[in-house]
Design a binder for this molecule. Structure first.
Ligand code: AMP
Length: 307
C-alpha cells in the first residue's frame, strides 16, 4: 500500500507576530509527505521544482520514505514561491506574493509504478493539473482527497468545479467553503458543496477545529488549545497528510474511520504550528504523537447522565 501525493514543493517567506523567515522550504506536498510519513513508508511524490531548489531538501524528503521519481527538476527555472503575513489572531493571513515560476507550465507525469496507487492526495495545486493526474491513473484510486485554496478559486474556478466532480474528500477552510458555495452558513455551504461531487467535505477552522460532513452526518473535532502557536503555515497540509496517512495505514474509508483520521490529522497539525515551517514536523516522534492523541481524547470525553 502507498500514497500518491501531488502538490507544491516550494520556497516560502513567512511573517507572523512572532517573527519572520527568509526563503525556507515549504509547499503543500512537502508538509503532506512529512506528516503522512508517520503512518506509511511508501509515499510517492509528483511535483516540480527549479534547479534553485536545494538537493539537501530533496534528500530530507527521501529520508522520510518519499520516493521522488515523480519530482521534476527544471533546469534554469525557479521554484514556486509564496509569501504570506499572518494577522494577530493567527487564523487569517494575507498572501503577499505568489510566484508560480515552474508551476506555470507544469505537466505532471505520473511514473507507471504509481499509476495503481489506492490512496491519492491531490494537494493544493492548479485544478487543471489535479485533473491531469486523475486522468493518468490506470484505475480509480480507492480514495481521492483534494485540497485547494482561495487563490485557485479566484483565478481558476471553472477548472476547480470540474476537478471536484470525481473525488471523495474535499478539504478546505471555512472562508474557502463560503467562497466556493456562496453561502455564509457552513451547514448550507456543505450541502451545496457535497452536490458538486465530493462524497465528504472537511472544513478546517484553524484554532476552532474541523468539521467532517457527508450527506447525512456531521462530525466535529476541536483543535488542541496550544500554549504556543508560532506559524500556522502548513497546518492544513499536515492535517491532510495525517488524515490520508491514517486511512491508508488502516485501509478503512468508512465515515467512522474518517472521524478517527480527522483526529490524527488535527494532532499532526497541532505540532506543525508550534515552529516555523516544517521544523517541528521534522523533529517529533511517534511517542509524542501518541501522547498528543491522548490529550485529544481527554479534550472531547465527557460523562453525561441523561436520566
Ligand atoms: P497551508 O498553510 O496548509 O494552507 O499551506 C501552506 C503551503 O501552501 C505553503 O508552504 C505554500 O508554499 C503553499 N501554497 C501557497 N499558495 C499556494 C498555491 N496557490 N498553490 C499551491 N500551494 C500554495
Amino acid at each position: 500500500m502507498s500514497i500518491l501525493v501531488v502538490g507544491t514543493v516550494a520556497f516560502d517567506a513567512i511573517e507572523t507576530p512572532f517573527g519572520k523567515t527568509e526563503k525556507i522550504v515549504g509547499g503543500a506536498a512537502t508538509y503532506i509527505c512529512m506528516s503522512s510519513s508517520f503512518f506509511t513508508k511508501e509515499i510517492n511524490l509528483v511535483s516540480v521544482v527549479g534547479d534553485d531548489f536545494p538537493k539537501s531538501a530533496i534528500k530530507k524528503l527521501k529520508s522520510k520514505f518519499v520516493d521522488v521519481a515523480g519530482l521534476q527538476v527544471k533546469k534554469g527555472e525557479r521554484t514556486f514561491f509564496w509569501s504570506g503575513r499572518y494577522h494577530n489572531n493567527m487564523n487569517n493571513r494575507d498572501t503577499l506574493e505568489t510566484q508560480l515560476n515552474v508551476l506555470e507550465n507544469f505537466n505532471p507525469i505520473i511514473p507507471d509504478k504509481y499509476k495503481n496507487t489506492e490512496y491519492l492526495m491531490l494537494g493544493n495545486l492548479m485544478p487543471g493539473v489535479q485533473k491531469k493526474v486523475l486522468n493518468q491513473m490506470i484505475k480509480r484510486p480507492k480514495l481521492i482527497v483534494l485540497d485547494t485554496m482561495n487563490f485557485w478559486m479566484d483565478h481558476f474556478m471553472e477548472d476547480l468545479v470540474e476537478a471536484l466532480k470525481n473525488i471523495d474528500v474535499l478539504t478546505i477552510n471555512d472562508e474557502e467553503a463560503r467562497q466556493l458555495s456562496g453561502e455564509y452558513s457552513l451547514v448550507k455551504a456543505a450541502k451545496k458543496i457535497l452536490k458538486m461531487g465530493p462524497k465528504y467535505l472537511i472544513i478546517k477552522k484553524g484554532e476552532h477545529g474541523a468539521l467532517l460532513f457527508n450527506k447525512k452526518e456531521v462530525f466535529f473535532a476541536p483543535a488542541l488549545p496550544l500554549e504556543e502557536v508560532v506559524d500556522p503555515t502548513g497546518a492544513g497540509d499536515s492535517f491532510a497528510g495525517g488524515f490520508i496517512g491514517y486511512l491508508e495505514k488502516t485501509n478503512d474509508i468508512s465515515f467512522e474511520n474518517m472521524k478517527r483520521a480527522v483526529i490524527y490529522g488535527s494532532a499532526l497539525a497541532s505540532f506543525c504550528v508550534e515552529r516555523f515551517g516544517t521544523e517541528k514536523l521534522d523533529e517529533i516522534t511517534h511517542k509524542q504523537i501518541k501522547f498528543r492523541l491522548k490529550k485529544f481524547i481527554e479534550l472531547v470525553s465527557v460523562d453525561l447522565n441523561l436520566e
